[in-house]
Structures are given as C-alpha cells and as structure tokens.
Design a protein around this ligand. Structure first.
Ligand SMILES: Nc1nc2c(ncn2[C@@H]2O[C@H](COP(=O)(O)OP(=O)(O)OP(=O)(O)O)[C@@H](O)[C@H]2O)c(=O)[nH]1
Ligand SMILES: [Mg+2]
Length: 396
C-alpha cells in the first residue's frame, strides 16, 4: 500500500534531519574544552606545580649578627621596603607587614619607607613600629608630585570619565587613583627620602606572603645584575590604555637609540594569544608585570630613557584622560629599554594580592594552594599571561 505523498515527504525530511544530527555528533570534539581552563596553548601545566627552590647562587644569608637591625657594619645594601598607603588602611598594612616580616624581613631587617599624600597619624606610626625591629621612615609625597599637572584639562577629564566609566574602566572616576598611578609610574623614586636608596620592594596593604625566603633578596638583585623582579603577569583592560601604545610608538620613533638590543618588544606586541586585547589597545598585548609586587633597581627609573619616556606620557595626558596604570607603563618601559635577561621571575616568593596568587611547589611555603593562580571565578585564569613572558623571555 503506497503512503500518501505528504507522508512520504515528511519521512524524507525526518530522515534528512536524522542524518544531519548524526553528522554533527560525529564532528563534535572528543572531549569538551573546559571554558575555565583558559591556559595558553604553550602550557601543558602550570610551572608552579613543579618542585622549585631558591634562585641560583650566590645567595647571601644571615651569619651571626650580619643583618641585625643596629649593626653599623651590616651586610644590608641601599634598599628599602616601600609602601604608599593611607592612614585608613592601617589594619591591611599591618597584615602585609606581618607576613613579610615573618617570612623574610625579621631575618634581614631592611628599613620600611611609608609614603602618604597626608600626614601619618600617631596611631599609624605606633602600630607599624610594633611589628618590625627594622627602622621605619614616614614620608609625605611632595605636592608637586601628587597634584594634577597644570596641563590637564579638567573638562576633558570629566568627559573621559563619563565615556570610560560607561566602558567599565574600573576606578576611572576616582581622581586619587589616577594620581596614585602617575606617582607610582614616574615619581616615587624622585622622593628626597630615596635619594640614597637604589633597590626597593613595593608592598601594598592587604597582600599575603606565604614562603620562607632565606637569602637577601636585594643583594641577590645586585649580585646577579638584575633590574626588575616580578611574580605575577596579567592582561590589562584594553579600554584603560587605548592610546598608550600609540604614544609609546611616537616616542620610540624619535628615540630608537634607547631601545635595548635585547628588548622584549615581541612580548609587548603579541597578538596571538588575545587578538581582541591587542586590537583594542592598538598594538599592545596589554600583558604586564603586576606591579603591586615589584622588586626593582631605581637606576632604571632614574635613567634618561625612562625619564624622557615618562615625561612624554605625562604630557600626553593619559594618566587622566584614560587610566594608564603604573603596571603597564613600567612593563612597557622594561620591555623596551631593559635587557630582558635582567628581569627576574621571583617564583619562590609566594604571594597574593586579591584575586591572584603566586604559589610555588616548595616545602618552604604554607597557606596557599600549590600552582593555584586565582581563588576567584574560573574565568580569571584567562588573565594569566606569564606564558607569554616565558615564551618571549624566560622563566629565570
Ligand atoms: N596615601 C594614599 N595612598 C593611596 C591612594 N590611592 C591609592 N593608594 C595606595 O596605592 C596602592 C594601590 O592602590 P589600590 O587602591 O590598592 O589599587 P589597586 O591595587 O589597583 O586596586 P585594588 O585591586 O582595589 O587593590 C595601595 O597601597 C594604596 O594604599 C591615596 O589617595 N593616598
Ligand atoms: Mg591594591
């Protein structure tokens, strides 16, 4: 018995749909890619999962009283722990200090230098003094280093705030945030209190340190001729730095002689890993050393190359009309003007600034999860750009 024509048509369509579905199932990947993995293709696993220890010798250690706080012939070099901090952040600063004193500085007793745009309160001084045997200096940022520069047009600033806030640029409307980024970028090392200091370790309130470090980190920088040390590398929000790379290119065009022969420009310009970021930031990958932790040689910031670069950026106005951070500004300068072999990954200094971690596989560490990059939402793993640095520079 023949089926009516409409039934035959329906059967044919159903058959087609069936075969189409089978084909789609066949074409699907064998394993579903976890959207949370986010790790770069070069990595099969995070290198912090592998056992690691101290960086190479020479390592200077405590012997007898060589690092005692009042030893006039101590082995300390010209270096300081430094923090820009507000009086209201006292509890969070104490937390950071306790961690760093416990893991490192109670052995080496490097001085702390605190900076503030206002006077420190007596309470701030009293309570910070109680958590260290080392000397502490309390310094005020000079007005001319903090105030908004005269060439910034405040109407234009307000317009930019409206536009970039709309584009979700965090802290865009907070004037003090812009001032802080500018000061950390190009002015902190000019403070008279640091005139005789060469190395610094930047510490923010509310950060954690997890690993015992048993060598003089500043002396290690000096002995190994390092310019800069970092431990976390992340992407920036490209909307906050739209014209930073174009301004940088203008500067390079006139100052090519400042480029290091062993620079990391390829790292700065990578567009493979996050093409969208590179496009929005007009050629900059946005990968940067996360500067709430930095151990550096201020000679680099005091160099002619950096001073002229900073002045160029400062005149361009992007610390206010956009939200250029000290992290991308420092990172770009290092990537261009420093020898990349002089930039060191302090994998052994376990660290957290919300929401990211650096947590090595090292018996000297406790309180963090080995190899965990974030305890925030899974998508934050995608912000990790260490693999880019390792690809274009090294893990040293
Ligand atoms: N004295 C002073 N310190 C400031 C000011 N703004 C920021 N800071 C300090 O500068 C550092 C960086 O500021 P944060 O607000 O932590 O900036 P951030 O790390 O980008 O932001 P979070 O992710 O919210 O921590 C911290 O040590 C602050 O205490 C300010 O107006 N005055
Ligand atoms: Mg912070």
């Amino acid at each position: 018995m023949a089926l009516p024509k409409s039934m035959r048509l329906l059967a044919a369509v159903t058959l087609c749909i069936f075969f189409y579905m089978v084909l789609q199932i066949y074409k699907a990947p064998a394993a579903i890619e976890r959207p949370s993995s986010g790790k770069i293709k070069e990595w099969t696993r995070d290198p912090q999962l592998d056992p690691s220890g101290e960086p190479p010798e020479p390592l200077r250690r405590v012997e007898g009283d060589n690092y005692e706080p009042n030893n006039p012939n101590s082995a300390r070099i010209n270096a300081t722990l430094l923090a820009l901090v507000r009086n209201e952040e006292l509890e969070d600063m104490l937390q950071s200090m306790r961690d760093l004193e416990r893991t490192w500085n109670h052995k080496f007793n490097y001085p702390w230098t605190f900076f503030n745009d206002k006077e420190f309160t007596e309470e701030f001084k009293k309570r910070t003094r109680a958590v260290t045997k080392a000397e502490i200096r309390y310094e005020i940022v000079p007005k001319e280093h903090w105030e908004i520069p005269s060439w910034i047009n405040m109407d234009l600033f307000q317009e930019s705030v409206a536009v970039l806030t709309e584009q979700d640029v965090q802290y865009m409307s907070k004037i003090s945030y812009h001032q802080m980024c500018r000061w950390n970028s190009g002015l902190f090392f000019k403070h008279p209190a640091l005139a005789n200091t060469r190395y610094y370790w930047r510490v923010e309130p509310k950060v954690h340190f997890f690993c015992d470090v048993d060598y003089d980190v500043f002396r290690w920088m000096q002995d190994h001729n390092k310019t800069y040390g970092f431990n976390i590398n992340i992407y920036d929000s490209p909307q906050s730095v739209t014209t930073l790379w174009p301004e940088t290119r203008k500067f390079i065009a006139d100052h090519a002689h400042y480029l290091s022969p062993n620079n990391a420009i390829e790292w700065l310009q990578d567009k493979e890993q996050r093409p969208g970021h590179n496009a929005k930031a007009n050629g900059y990958s946005t990968c940067h050393f996360w500067s709430n932790f930095e151990i550096g040689d201020m000679e680099f910031w005091r160099s002619r190359a950096y001073q002229e670069y900073f002045d160029h950026l400062d005149r361009a106005g992007g610390f206010f009309y956009e939200r250029w951070g000290d992290a991308p500004v420092h990172s770009i300068a290092l990537g261009l003007f420093a020898d990349k072999s002089k930039i060191h990954w302090f994998r052994d200094i376990g660290y957290q600034h919300i929401p990211f971690f650096n947590c090595p596989n090292n018996p000297k560490c406790s309180g963090c999860v080995t190899g965990r990059f974030t305890d925030g939402e899974a998508w934050l793993n995608q912000e990790d750009c260490r693999p880019l640095w390792f690809k274009y520079a090294s893990k040293d």
